[in-house]
Design a protein around this ligand. Structure first.
Ligand SMILES: Cc1ncc(C[n+]2csc(CCOP(=O)(O)OP(=O)(O)O)c2C)c(N)n1
Ligand SMILES: [Mg+2]
Length: 570
């Protein structure tokens, strides 16, 4: 490009963007650059040279890792996130992580370049490369449309700052989620706003309507067997203890769907993801749950009365969501659970309290039975129980503060059973778009460098995670983690439906499922070594404890460690 001088006194809009990110509290800027991002790269270099406050740029060799890391970082830090990708191509490469960001309500602003508008050589940032014609699309933001909350293009340099302020406001207001800002190169190279506009504070999350809250409490009190279903109430750790107290008061088992550790581990009402208590429920309290149950598998009885507290109870982004909710409060559980507790206590007559205590004893006994079964599996030497045994051995070697990032697919429940974590130490997107785990672990480690971070994933999800890119960034930025690959040499989740739907079909009869077999095996340990980490193969549960200690030691020395845990092919 023929360089055209900046003849203005005002700093470029690109410099505004870096200053804005710092001011919005973004600590890491996950970036994959292109011809469009040159002004930002220059602004980052200028900030480094002058010691101006700026987020730490994290170069990601694949955009999917960049957004996965942003999701993981937010889960731990609760900070707003920023990702920068290259025009339409980089946006497309965000891939299914935009689905995960949407479902996880990650307040992330995704910035993407946009082909320069003009070919006029006297305009700074003008088109100077044939790709500037190819990369221009009729509707670049269409890629984000189904997943993002809001999008906008920056038309001129001086408008960048107010638009970015708006993007962070929208992304962080309930229900939080991704926003998308397109940055034409000319705009980035124009003079910025001069002084940055004031921050636009996100709206305060909604609290409950008091009358509806009383109705909800009365509905729960009228039920005999309340069950609580939650997937991520502990996204705000302050909710954990109040949830536990409500469960204890009502004697209600908590079906923890496990996107977070929602109850203290080992809590006697923690049903470890097993939905069985729903079978006999006559009252169900849904808290921050995207999919309360799967009717075809196990649903509460028809007459059960269902109530819900959620910042997004209607879930418009899911076309079909028809759970029979009697009272749905549009409210943040963090704000609402303490009020619900008070409402329940007001209704807690001596007689009711007696009933609740009896219920609590029954629920705890049932859950204790589940735990015994889990212990048996952990000790079993049957091949079908191998994941449990491996995971139990992993768990025994993990320190209390180890953070688990999980994407274990068919072994998800086994992870819940065998690797209990305290609140704040478990993160799972709970969304079905695979390939989050390794980038997620990178983001978690950057946000919580003092804790060991362990990603547990399937061999399929490991591959979807773009392991070379994730391990490389972890190595480069001193953010090493352990990756435990539950290697069953297959897409077990993609084989199961064939067997379920066609029990007598050609596949079952010929035992022919080649589209689900991940053989021949990839040498994941060597892959780790190639990316600056280290790896080991684990064949037997008895080896797992020592292998875990070895991996944690590698991480202590700054290297990612991949444990390739060989399981029987199901
Ligand atoms: C991006 C993406 N592609 C494809 C799928 C479909 N899918 C769901 S589970 C699965 C297999 C996952 O394999 P693995 O991680 O090894 O877990 P396993 O089923 O063996 O427990 C696939 C391909 C998906 N969920 N996400
Ligand atoms: Mg697998």
């Amino acid at each position: 490009m023929s360089a055209v001088e900046n003849t203005f006194d005002t700093p470029e809009a690109a410099a505004d963007l870096i200053a804005l990110l710092a001011d919005e509290g973004v600590s890491h800027f996950f970036i994959n650059p292109g011809t469009d991002s040159a002004p930002l790269q220059e602004a980052l270099a200028a900030a480094r040279a002058t010691g101006t406050s700026a987020p730490q740029p994290v170069l990601c060799l694949h955009e999917s890792v960049a957004l996965a890391a942003a999701i993981g970082h937010h889960m731990v830090s609760a900070r707003p996130q920023a990702v920068m990708v290259h025009v339409d191509a980089g946006t497309l490469n965000l891939g299914c992580q935009i689905h995960n960001a949407q479902r996880n309500r990650t307040p992330v602003v995704v910035f993407a370049g946009r082909a320069p508008y003009t070919a006029a050589p006297q305009v700074r940032g003008h088109r100077d490369n044939h790709i500037h014609w190819q990369q221009e699309q009729l509707d670049q933001q269409a890629v984000m449309r189904a997943y993002g909350k809001w999008h906008m293009e920056v038309p001129r340099g001086r408008e960048l700052a107010p638009i970015v302020r708006r993007a962070f406001q929208v992304a962080q207001s309930s229900p939080t989620g991704p926003a998308y800002v397109m940055l034409p190169r000319e705009a980035l190279m124009e003079p910025g706003a001069g002084a940055l506009p004031r921050r636009l504070n996100p709206a305060v999350p909604p609290g409950p309507d008091p009358v509806a809250l009383d109705r909800l409490a009365a509905t729960l009190v009228a039920a005999d067997r309340v069950v609580i279903v939650t997937s991520r109430t502990a996204a705000d750790p302050a909710s954990v203890l109040v949830l536990a107290r409500i469960a204890e008061l009502l004697g209600a088992p908590v079906i923890d769907q496990g996107d977070r550790a929602n109850l203290p581990s080992g809590h006697p009402l923690h049903s470890m993801g097993d939905p069985a208590p729903l079978k006999a429920a006559d009252g169900v309290l849904l808290l921050d749950s995207e999919v309360p149950w799967v009717p075809a598998r196990l649903a509460p009885p028809d007459q059960a009365r269902v109530v819900q507290i959620d910042v997004d109870p209607v879930k418009v982004s899911m076309p079909l969501w028809s759970y029979p909710v009697e009272v749905a409060l549009t409210a943040d559980t963090r704000v609402t659970l303490p009020l619900l507790e008070q409402a329940l206590l007001r209704l807690a007559t001596a007689e009711r309290q007696q009933n609740w205590t009896a219920r609590r004893q029954a629920a705890e006994a049932q859950i204790a039975q589940q735990r015994e079964e889990a212990t048996r599996k952990a000790k079993s030497d049957r091949p079908v129980d191998a994941p449990d045994a491996m995971l139990a051995a992993l768990s025994r070697s993990l320190p209390e503060n180890a953070v688990l990032v999980q994407e274990a697919v068919t072994n998800r429940l086994a992870v819940g059973r065998q690797v209990p974590r305290q609140p704040g130490c478990l993160f799972d997107t709970g969304a079905p778009a695979l390939g989050w785990a390794l980038g997620g672990a990178l983001g978690v480690k950057l946000a919580r460098p003092e804790a060991p971070v362990v990603a547990v994933c399937g061999d399929g999800s490991f591959n979807f995670s773009v392991p070379t890119a994730a391990l490389w960034s972890a190595h480069r930025y001193g953010a090493p983690f352990v990756a435990v690959v539950l290697n069953n040499h297959s897409y077990w989740a993609s084989k199961l439906p064939v067997m379920d739907l066609y029990p007598d079909g050609a596949s079952v009869q010929a035992n022919d499922f080649p589209e689900t077999q991940l053989t021949p095996d990839t040498d994941y340990a060597a892959l780790a070594t190639a990316c600056g980490g280290a790896g080991q193969v684990v064949h037997m549960p008895q080896e797992m404890g020592e292998a875990t200690r070895w991996a944690l030691n590698e991480v202590d020395h700054g290297r990612c460690a991949v444990l390739d845990v060989r399981l029987p092919q199901p």
